[in-house]
Write a protein that binds this ligand. Structure first.
Ligand SMILES: Cc1ncc(COP(=O)(O)O)c(C=O)c1O
Length: 393
């Protein structure tokens, strides 16, 4: 059953709808002009020379790793506290994810732990702007340069954020954004790679399109004998990770409102902070000096005395009030695949494990009213008080 006040909700207006309907009426549902328009728009926001649209953030990460030639025998250092797709993409490329712990303020990977995890097999750092926070991105870049490895930004949660005026997406050799419906802007499903590297961009374009030449044109399908030519010639093993025109058109419309949407998310974050700040059992997220957050979700944390079971009961209680709430994120190294294939265990990354058992993501989307916010805050407060009462009994 859906919650009355959900965790997230896409912000779709008439212009978005008109743009998608326009594509439907045009009959050109794939390989049309919208993909390129959306690519140019994301390139402009991030200040990067190339933007390559693809079917999801996960696909984008897989494309970048593959295009960089990262595969079996290689290691990629990445935080355990992220959405599972960050590490899955490394496994999909055939490389080994080497997890690191996080620091407690930004919840991003601890730079010292990253440096300590680098070996002669490490080919890249896949860093995450957790919940839209770019803290440490410049440090990660320095570490990558020092060790002559690549920095890949998993920027799926951070479009529009900045660190000391520098946009998220412009720190890494390449960065990848995601546009799932809970993101700052959405294309339904979709992703975007950005980079200044001409060769990498070409490779990504080819790989997303079955391995065709990056400039292959669907109109040149004729002839070619056994090897094929034009559209029917394939230069390498590729995937179908293209973005369709309906998604791209929605992206073009959504990105034209990016600044407003981010401002609205900031206003909501400020209101939540005001309402929840006095609560002694809660740690409220905030943006440090020099950080312009692109708030993806609003995740509060219970104090150190709370257990995972207590946190889960609080979340269940909020659902009974028809309020969305979720544990963001369970550590990746403790997921079944990573325990079984790489031998990770509880206790390996104590900071991330401790944080992850006490997080609660609460409803957060433009369009939430003051009343919605009050209702969420009182539901959360009530459930915490209940938990405290039952502890005393
Ligand atoms: C940090 C991070 N990486 C990767 C992804 C994957 O993006 P997608 O769902 O578009 O494949 C997400 C999506 O939520 C994410 O939050």
């Amino acid at each position: 059953m859906l919650d009355e006040i959900p965790l997230s909700k896409p912000c779709i207006d008439d212009h978005d709808i008109d743009m998608v309907v326009g594509v439907l009426k045009s009959g050109r549902l794939s390989l049309g002009p919208m993909q390129e328009r959306f690519e140019r728009a994301v390139g402009n926001v991030t200040g990067r020379r190339h933007a390559v649209a693809c079917s999801s953030g996960t696909a984008g990460l897989h494309l970048v790793l593959t295009a960089m030639g990262i595969g079996p025998g290689d290691e990629v250092v990445t935080p355990t506290f992220s959405f599972v797709a960050s590490a899955n993409s490394i496994c999909m490329a055939g490389a080994k994810p080497v997890f690191v712990d996080i620091e407690t303020k930004s919840l991003n990977a601890d730079p010292e732990k990253i440096e300590a995890a680098i070996t002669n097999k490490t080919k890249a750092i896949l860093a995450v702007e957790c919940f839209g926070n770019p803290t440490h991105m410049d440090t990660y870049r320095r570490i990558a340069e020092k060790h002559e490895i690549k920095l890949i930004e998993d920027a799926c949660e951070g479009l529009g954020g900045k660190l000391r005026g520098v946009p998220i997406g412009s720190f890494g050799h390449a960065a990848v954004f995601g546009f799932y419906p809970n993101k700052q802007i959405t294309t339904g499903e979709g992703g975007m790679i950005v980079t200044d590297d001409d060769h990498l961009a070409e490779r990504c374009m080819s790989l997303r399109n079955q391995g065709r030449a990056s400039k292959a044109d669907a109109k040149t399908s004729a002839g070619g004998g056994a090897l094929g030519s034009g559209w029917m010639a394939f230069e390498r093993l590729g995937f179908n990770y293209r973005m369709n025109e309906l998604s791209a058109a929605l992206g073009v419309s959504q990105i034209s409102k990016l600044h407003r949407l981010i401002e609205q998310r900031q206003e909501l974050a400020d209101l939540y902070t005001e309402r929840l700040m006095g609560h002694t059992d809660l740690i409220i997220p905030n943006a440090p000096e020099g950080v312009d957050m692109s708030w993806f979700v609003f995740v509060v944390r219970l104090g150190a005395t709370y257990t995972r079971t207590e946190r889960d009961r609080i979340i269940e209680g909020m659902h009974r009030h028809d309020v969305g709430a979720a544990p963001y994120f369970p550590c990746i190294h403790l997921q079944k695949h990573y325990r079984e294939h790489f031998g990770y265990r509880e206790g390996d990354f104590p900071v991330a494990e401790s944080v992850s058992q006490r997080t609660i993501a609460i409803p957060f989307y433009p369009g939430m009213t003051g009343r919605d916010l009050d209702f969420v805050a009182s539901s959360l407060g009530l459930m915490i008080s209940r938990e405290n009462l039952s502890k005393r009994d």
